[in-house]
Design a protein around this ligand. Structure first.
Ligand code: XUL
Ligand code: MN
Length: 379
């Protein structure tokens, strides 16, 4: 069993998803650095991390666990199928380690059938196929007791604005997300406490249909039948930083709207492609990351922090593909703990009567444990 519940404000559970650990580290300029490992191997790495008291939860795409065959969309329902048996094997490994499932999300980005979109594909047959795949993923999530069902925008986006059916595209998306709610209720899948939308401005498409948290919250209230069931899992720093937005602002807005359901966590160079660096790794974002956790504590939010990142390609060690993956998990945990310590120091910050610049310098001094005297000696 996992040693104990992690409960250092504002984090109730630390979640490490399958796809982050399994990632073989390819990029558009080169193939994989690491061999791809089977989902059972990934489950074992996660189970070991749980037993060491490093993580309490995990998450997955359907495709991270078992392959999908469009000609056999209900294979999970057949207890004799290879799909069902493998899912049960993985579930036992996770259960024995006491790992909870934070979310299940349907991969609509990997298979080239969905190259022009999944739930918003202009071809009604492909939209129907995407929906079928989502339903299978909902069933797999129910088998594992996932807390949330997540919709990441994936390839629902465009490169050519004049090729988009603007009259219908958001209705198609609403139909699919309302349909997922109906499917959960019809099947009495009580494991799901809610659904989340994960916005992203671009990549893999030139533009995505729900590029920011603000777009996604508007969509929930404007288009969905049960807005209370849906929230956001922003990916911070990465996804909002890609659009030059600020993470402290995003969590401030989402918590005030009561729509911050959980967090995807990693690091990012502003305005670049999706770096997915581990938290605190890379040249930017220390202040922003720490201040984001300070803000979450200030508003009293508590919830799951889920890593969504991969090890640096330079850190991949093909001679030790399991060992470097285990180290990656530990690095992420160390980065989160470092952030929590620094955010805790900021809790003493006083703002009254100070200029904005004074507050910012005082915050940096607190975070770095600098005393006024030392700083004055260097003036
Ligand atoms: C991609 C991303 C996804 C989602 C889950 O940028 O963040 O991995 O979190 O599909
Ligand atoms: Mn993510």
């Amino acid at each position: 069993m996992a040693k104990k519940a992690f409960n250092i404000d504002p984090v109730t559970m630390r979640s490490m998803p399958f796809w982050c650990v399994g990632n073989p580290l390819s990029d558009p300029f080169g193939g994989s650095v690491l061999p791809k490992i089977d989902s059972i191997e990934v489950a074992k790495i996660l189970a070991e991390a749980a037993k060491e008291g490093l993580i309490e939860a995990t998450s997955f795409h359907d495709d991270d666990l078992v392959p999908w065959d469009p000609a056999n969309p209900n294979d999970d329902l057949d207890k004799k199928s290879a799909t069902y048996q493998k899912l049960q094997t993985i579930k036992k490994i996770l259960d024995d380690a006491g790992l909870k499932i934070n979310m299940a999300t349907c991969s609509l980005h990997g298979n080239s059938l969905f190259r022009n979109g999944g739930l918003t594909n202009p071809d009604p047959k492909l939209r129907a196929l995407a929906k079928k795949k989502c339903e299978r993923n909902i069933r797999i999530g129910a088998m594992f007791g996932a807390k949330y069902l997540t919709y990441w925008v994936a390839r629902d986006g465009f490169e050519v604005p004049v090729a988009v059916d603007w009259k219908n595209v958001y209705n198609w998306l609403a139909d699919a997300l309302n349909g997922a709610y109906d499917y959960i209720k019809k099947n009495k899948f009580t494991n799901y406490v809610g659904m989340t939308i994960e916005p992203k401005p671009n990549e893999p498409r030139g533009h995505m249909f729900l590029p920011t948290s603000g777009h996604a919250v508007g969509f929930i209230y404007g288009k969905l039948k049960h807005p209370e069931f849906y929230g956001i899992n922003p990916e911070l720093l990465q996804h909002e930083s890609m659009a030059l937005l600020n993470a402290v602002h995003t969590v401030g807005y989402l918590t005030s709207m009561k729509k911050l359901f959980f967090l995807h966590f990693g690091s990012q160079i502003k305005a670049q492609f999706d770096n997915d660096f581990p938290p605190l790794i890379g040249p930017e974002g220390l202040k922003e990351t720490v201040q984001m956790f300070w803000a979450l504590r200030k508003v009293g939010w508590k919830g799951v922090v889920e890593f969504d990142c991969h090890m640096l390609r330079a850190d991949g060690d093909p001679s030790d593909p399991i060992g470097c993956r285990k180290k990656f998990v530990r690095d992420c945990i160390r980065a989160l703990s470092t952030t929590l310590v620094l955010a805790d120091r900021l809790m003493e910050l006083k703002t009254e009567g100070l200029s904005a610049s004074d507050v910012d310098l005082a915050a940096t001094a607190l975070m770095c444990k600098l005393d006024k005297k030392t700083v004055a000696e260097w003036m």
